[in-house]
Design a protein around this ligand. Structure first.
Ligand code: FAD
Length: 395
């Protein structure tokens, strides 16, 4: 077991906060360095399945989350224009009974705020804002984080939770040359009261068309509908949550889609439609040195078609914590952590990309045929939702 050590985490996003909480709870001394001057998350929904909920439960935030979360009845796939039912699987009691934790739809800002409160309760003052990691220096005795303002901090271990454009990953493995996939994703949030007629079942709905799909689900006690539209299009946005694009462009992108999709777009705030250009990165197999590692999007960024990016960061946090318990040295723990995460996170990246191909079939007939041979609920239950990062054997 690695005795109490000083751990520096770069990035106070969802992954960084989950890791900070897990490591503090195990008695480590944790400091978090975040580049932003204010803490926060963007206005969007996020799905949290049982595999990720095990981590939030361990951290002790599941009850507070449940007060605002929505527990969907089902996940329903349908045709993007006619709304014809294609397939559905249960997410409510069935998901919890099968996997020992619920499936939640939550507001990202609510989830992030809850995690931040928990981390600060465990160690007041441990989150340092306006600290952008610029590089690190590693010796056999320790690691020094160097920030863009010239300040430095030292510790036994540095964890890069610094997201897609990770400095830790770039220093360790060089640039990863992200490539635009050809798909961009719109996001918007709509007051549920404005689309009550079209959207009256508490479920996750996914509409599929050639070259695109749309999703919608309730968040924050069913007061908001979270909407996303993936569309094949020339790159007009950036790889960012905060690039606003004209509502008229979104409206044009849903031409011919089902009236429920149109209704959501019509009800959207015209000044708050955001477009993210989805890029793909080659997954890395090796993201640790003796004293530096990384988690979440910084090492295995995935397309959002399986809704598992943050879930993977939460699982990483749990497995890293367990590896430090299990191994005698930090270097050994980092190898154990990486060894036990590589295959699973790689599979999530691959299957997410595969879902793009499944959802964006060229015709109605092709879509029906693909789904006739797939049982999405059973498949995801078998390997994805059933994983518990606290109990899975570490090899
Ligand atoms: C459209 C869309 C929908 C999604 N839906 C889901 C979903 O339903 N469920 C799910 O599980 N996942 C979902 N995801 C994926 C999820 O959003 C990400 O995987 C998750 O946010 C990654 O968390 P992270 O902590 O690794 O990185 P981030 O959330 O990006 O956090 C990184 C943090 O590091 C900070 N930072 C960056 N660089 C530095 C630096 N040099 N120094 C210090 N700080 C730094 C950033 O400011 C940020 O606070 C979705 C993604 C997209 C695009």
């Amino acid at each position: 077991m690695v005795e109490k050590c000083k751990i520096m985490i770069a990035g106070a996003g969802l992954g960084g906060m989950a890791a900070a909480a897990c490591l503090l709870m195990d008695g480590h001394d944790v400091e978090v360095f975040e580049q932003a001057r204010e803490l926060g998350e963007i206005g969007a929904g996020i799905q949290i399945s049982a595999n990720a909920m095990h981590v939030l439960r361990h951290i002790g935030v599941d009850a507070e989350l449940a007060e605002q979360a929505v527990r969907p009845e089902a996940y329903t796939f349908c045709m993007g224009d006619t709304g014809e039912f294609v397939q559905s699987f249960a997410l409510s009691v069935e998901h919890e009974q099968a996997h020992g934790a619920p499936y939640f739809h939550v507001h990202r800002a609510d989830l992030h705020a809850i995690l931040v409160r928990r981390v600060l309760a465990l160690k007041p003052g441990c989150i340092h804002l306006g600290r952008r990691l610029a590089s690190y220096e590693e010796t056999s005795d320790g690691v020094t984080a160097v920030f863009s303002d010239g300040l430095r901090a030292t510790g036994d271990l540095l964890v890069g939770a610094d997201g897609l454009k990770s400095i830790v990953r770039q220093q360790m493995r060089g640039s990863d040359n992200p490539v635009y996939t050809g798909d961009s994703v719109w996001r918007a949030m709509v007051p549920a009261s404005k689309v009550a007629k079209e959207f009256d079942i508490v479920e996750q709905k996914l509409w599929m068309m050639p070259g695109g799909h749309a999703i919608a689900y309730f968040i924050r006690n069913c007061t908001i509908v979270n909407f996303g539209l993936v569309k094949k299009k020339p790159k007009t946005g950036e790889e960012s949550w905060t690039t606003r694009r004209p509502w008229e462009e979104l409206k044009a992108d849903v031409e011919g889609w089902h009236p429920a999709v149109q209704a959501i777009v019509d009800a959207a705030d015209k000044d708050a439609c955001f477009l993210w250009a989805l890029h793909i990165r080659e997954p890395k197999s090796d993201w640790s040195t003796d004293r530096v590692t990384a988690l979440g999007d910084s090492v295995h960024a995935t397309l959002p078609y399986l809704a598992q990016g943050a879930a993977m960061a939460f699982e990483d946090a749990a497995v890293l914590t367990r590896a430090l318990r299990q191994e005698a040295s930090i270097a050994g723990a980092l190898q154990c952590y990486q060894r036990n995460r590589y295959e699973r996170t790689g599979r999530v990246v691959r299957e997410s990309s595969e879902n793009g191909r499944v959802f964006h079939q060229p015709s109605r007939e092709a879509l029906r045929e693909v789904f006739a041979n797939r049982n999405m609920g059973r498949e995801r239950s078998n390997w994805l939702f059933s994983y518990n990062p606290w109990t899975v054997e570490l090899t």
